[in-house]
Design a protein around this ligand. Sequence first.
Ligand SMILES: [Zn+2]
Length: 529
Amino acid sequence: MNSINVARPVRLSALLALLAVLAPSAARGLTLELQRRDPVTGAVTIETETVDPKRVGVIAVDVWNFHWCKTATMRVDAFVPRINKALDAARSLGMTVMLCPSDVVDNYVGYSQREKVFALPLVEVPKVMDVVCPATPDAGGCACGRERCAVNYGWDGMHPALRIGEEDWMPDTQAEVYAICQQRGLTHLIYVGFHTQVCLLGKPMGLRAMKSAGLSCVLARDMTDAHPGYDPSRNFTPDLNTAQVVEHFEKFLAPTINFQAELAKLGLWDPNWVVDPVRIAPWGTPMRPHLFERPVIVTLTAPLEPGAEIRYTLDGSTPAATSTLYTKPITVAETTRLRTSAFRGGRPVCLDSEGFFARMGPAPPAPDVAIGDLTPVRNVGFGHSYGGVVRYSGNTKPPRKDRSNLGQEIKINRTTYQRGMGVHAPCELGYEIKPEYKRFVALAGADENLVDISNGSNLAKYPTVVFKVFIDGKEAAASPVMRVQSLAWPFDVEIPKGSRRINLVAMDAGDGSRQDFADWANAGFVVQK
Ligand SMILES: [Zn+2]
């Protein structure tokens, strides 16, 4: 039986916490501090409830490897070290851990954690109550600010660093979670994961469904993030958004706990652990740059390390306790690699994190001479070369004039182009430079026709392309890593007098060349008039 004790005096609860730490681990009980709010006044109330950990399940919802918003993807990434620690502790307490990567759970066929779910007897799920609430605050889901991110297609699994326990479960539906609860005798479910007011709440194994089936559902407010938004012009940050959503839960849906604090009471969380990177908004990375045309307002936060000093560098160097102190949002006007950490008394209390912002140049003029009308002196693509002849691999083709490599319209960032070259990286097109060529111009990007296949599912990792221009063996210009639906990268390269040869390269970005279909749109030469 669980006992609920309303408004227990502080000293008594401290004594109980001490007793819990002293008790042998097998007998450890959880004394959860359940936080709720008055729906009208917002006043906080705390109740304690003691529960046997063996009757508690922890459900991790949608800890995906990617999300369609780049900033949201990185904010999930930021929680994984913390969630790993909590799930390890939960397992050691005998709690049942359920990992629920909805949408992509079928990518885990053959995992014992998934297969054993199918062996459970399914029972009818009771409807104990209607779980209703006013509309949840939802800021739209993109936390990239004024320049919304290019859609980051296709999560295909859980975050690669999320540990999967031997005894964990991977259910996907209300009935499957309920069957696990029945078999394991679970009465309580602690929810961690993403996004608080969307999947964590509303998915078939989400909090709403399991609460309506009669389970006591609790939100771990220090291990969840809301479907975010970011508007620095009105100081609206993803963290503020999450705080609003947590409040909404406390008012209308479920009590919350600070999971870290609960585990610390049991001696299972060392306050010296460094598990939280500083959050960056918007959050582009070298592999997923935040491309911008107008200056970006960058906000740094350490929501789970209150009072820590955030420090940062803008020159790529490792952040230290002596680096610039963050006091207000930073305006980034040029291509910048930002690195940041947070410190308390000179000691790092956050993991290093990094943001990458790449400034786009102005749109280039149209070429006078299109490369498609020229005969390249070198023309190689993805394949094997035998005696100078390329055998193109898989479904890739030789570079194609005015079409994508597979023959569709050239398409980058929702725009189609009549002229250009469609290639598959790695590819090089070499041209002789005529004396009248003054500039090389192009718009380069990953070809977007891939998105037509199953709405781009599984495209978060591929394609990745880097475009480079070499003049007489010297790199004259390069793009950052380009992905499906990135803005087209503008090239406008001055050709030095007397130059003889230009090579246009589309490379993979260091992660293999799968799906690296790439377009040089409106590419060619501006001539001396
Ligand atoms: Zn975004």
